[in-house]
Design a protein around this ligand. Structure first.
Ligand code: 7TS
Length: 406
């Protein structure tokens, strides 16, 4: 993989921050955008901005073709059976909320169980808390292993015949744990439950095949995979989506409207009320082309090499605690002794290095780790070993700066 050529496609990377060349290590929060994506959005607004699925004029037809073309690109990218199974929305959070509000409320009653893990992002916890409260179902957690991984034995102990939903992140945004989704799906299905996967941190980095994983729902966000903010995808098996009620009502999603009742369009329109995120979807289509041209397997391999290098380098820094399992996705979460992660991130920023600090929208996991916050460096296809070296230098400077703590 020619990282130098790839970096040239990301104009934002070529700048100084606080007098230093920028090192962007916050792609788990949001990725940067390559020129083909920026140009696809620019093209839409300059040349054929129109609403979709309405009328017959030329610009509208072009916009509709590209919007629906993006849906087909997503279908191929995750290997879904049909574009009817690809719901465009605003992101992972919205997709998970749709399943919790529509599927869970219609199918769960008191005595049923929803099973999740303590490593989930808030958007894969709170919708289930709310669904449990609304239906009387119980929210149960699969205990984590000491290194922050999931053992299938614990999954088998937690999932019962009362379990109706297992909801789990494919990749943890804090620990980098890559969870055994295929095996967890099998356990869920053996008990008559469905599995809902939070794919926010996996689809940008791994080749995801929803059919091979046999997941029932799979939610992800465009902005973490080179596409703009404001566009996301919920994949769902057609049979399940067909039986679900929409939670947003209005234009675009109806078939017939009468004074006192209405009927819904077929999938996927039923779940896409209102004018959709047209430029966002077209940008996502361009992002998928961009990633596919490079090859997801090459991206994964590059990230594996980078995170192995980072783990080796960072492990050699005295007083640095790294959280999460050895085998991990391309991110490293850590604390420098008693220095607050916000202070670490502030000193790194002064060196031109962008990392995230805080609870990473995973407060239950912070509690499990027994910390209030951590710093996190996350990598993507445009990062290099030189970026890791700069991070290490920055952390050594941070140690010098807060010398009295050490
Ligand atoms: N699930 C996981 C695992 C995530 O990492 C995130 C965002 C979300 C869900 C929510 O995605 P959204 O696009 O709907 O907001 N994670 C992060 C992060 O780690 N730092 O900033 C956002």
């Amino acid at each position: 993989m020619d990282v130098k050529a790839i970096r040239e496609q990301f104009p934002i990377l070529d700048q100084e921050v606080n007098g230093h060349p920028l090192v962007y290590l916050d792609s788990s929060a949001t990725s940067q955008k390559p020129l083909p994506v920026i140009e696809a959005i620019d093209d839409y607004y300059r040349k054929y901005n129109s609403n979709v699925h309405r009328g017959v004029h030329t610009l509208g037809t072009r916009a509709t073709d590209l919007y629906e073309g993006a849906r087909e690109k997503v279908r191929q990218f995750i290997n879904a059976d049909s574009t009817m199974e690809i719901i465009f929305n605003r992101g992972t959070t919205i997709g998970l909320n749709l399943v919790a509000q529509s599927y869970a409320r219609a199918n769960l009653t008191a005595g049923d169980e929803i099973v999740i893990t303590p490593m989930e992002h808030h958007s894969n916890i709170i919708p289930w808390q709310q669904a449990a409260k609304a239906t009387g179902a119980t929210l149960k957690y699969i205990p984590l292993e000491v290194d922050g991984s999931i053992s299938l034995e614990r999954v088998r102990e937690t999932v019962t015949n009362n379990t109706k939903i297992v909801a789990v992140g494919h990749v943890s945004n804090v620990l980098g744990t890559i969870n055994p989704i295929k095996e967890m799906a099998k356990i869920a299905h053996d008990h008559g439950a469905i599995i809902v996967v939070d794919g926010a941190q996996s689809v940008p980095h791994l080749q995801v095949d929803v059919k091979a994983l046999d997941c029932d729902f799979y939610a992800f966000s465009g902005h973490k995979m080179c596409a703009p903010t404001g566009i996301g995808v919920l994949y769902g098996k057609k049979d399940l989506l067909n039986k679900m009620e929409p939670v947003e009502f209005g234009g675009e999603m109806i078939d017939f409207v009468d004074l006192h009742d209405s009927t819904w369009k077929e999938l996927p329109s039923k779940f896409e009320g209102g004018t959709p995120i047209i430029a966002g979807a077209i940008g996502l289509g361009a992002a998928i082309d961009f990633l596919s041209d490079i090859g997801m397997n090459s991206i994964t391999k590059h990230e594996e090499q980078l995170v192995t290098y980072a783990m080796a380098k960072l492990s050699s820094i005295k007083d640095l605690t790294i959280y999460g399992p050895e085998k991990r996705a391309a991110l490293v979460t850590f604390n420098l002794k008693d220095v607050h992660s916000h202070d670490v991130a502030t000193v790194l920023d002064a060196e031109g290095i962008a990392v995230r600090a805080g609870h990473h929208c995973a407060q239950p996991l912070m509690k499990w780790l027994n910390v209030s916050a951590t710093a996190r460096a996350s990598f993507y296809l445009y990062n290099t070993e030189a970026d890791v070296d700069r991070l290490v230098e920055g952390l050594l400077k941070t140690k010098e700066y807060f010398g009295d703590v050490f």
